[in-house]
Write a protein that binds this ligand. Sequence first.
Ligand code: ZN
Length: 199
Amino acid sequence: MPARSGWAEPETAGTAPVSAARRNAYLVTLVVLPAVVPAAAAGVAWGRGVGPRDLVIAAVMYTVSIFGISVGYHRMLTHRAFKCRRPLRVALALAGGLALEGPASLWAAEHRRHHKYADRPGDPHSPWAYGESAWGLARGVLHAQVGWFYTARRRSDRRHWVPDLLDDPDIRRLDAAYPLTAAASFALPALAGGLWSAS
Ligand SMILES: [Zn+2]
């Protein structure tokens, strides 16, 4: 494999090519916007009273999305570690979507592949992908944290890794509505702040 892409890219079973357009869309919606929009908003609001309400809203959104990812996407959907009633299941999956880490079935597919190949070729986000030199590990940390998602030339094939989730009508609907969920993740804090300060 060329050093540029580490060993995360072999054509292991259950992967499919991902287009450059899609990689760029991931980069913009999942990495650039979540960093730039809050920074720009903080810049605009600077000196105009970013107050305790904003911290409360940020803390609530953070808590909801963290639980959505760790309990919903990870434990419930990826590892099927527990079962719960349908409203809670949908709420947890929806909360995971608010974290802007992608649609539930894609997240679960990548994570099941990660466990199958953990820290070996085929693992989509191992920090060891670029070797054990200091430079390789520095690149590996970046790759494992965020870089893997928008540089990967191959994406985990959902039909291979998460057929159970593709068979779940609730998850299918949430996947299809993911752009709306992502938009809501940006809109909800603004809406909450506006309503709260108007009250
Ligand atoms: Zn896991």
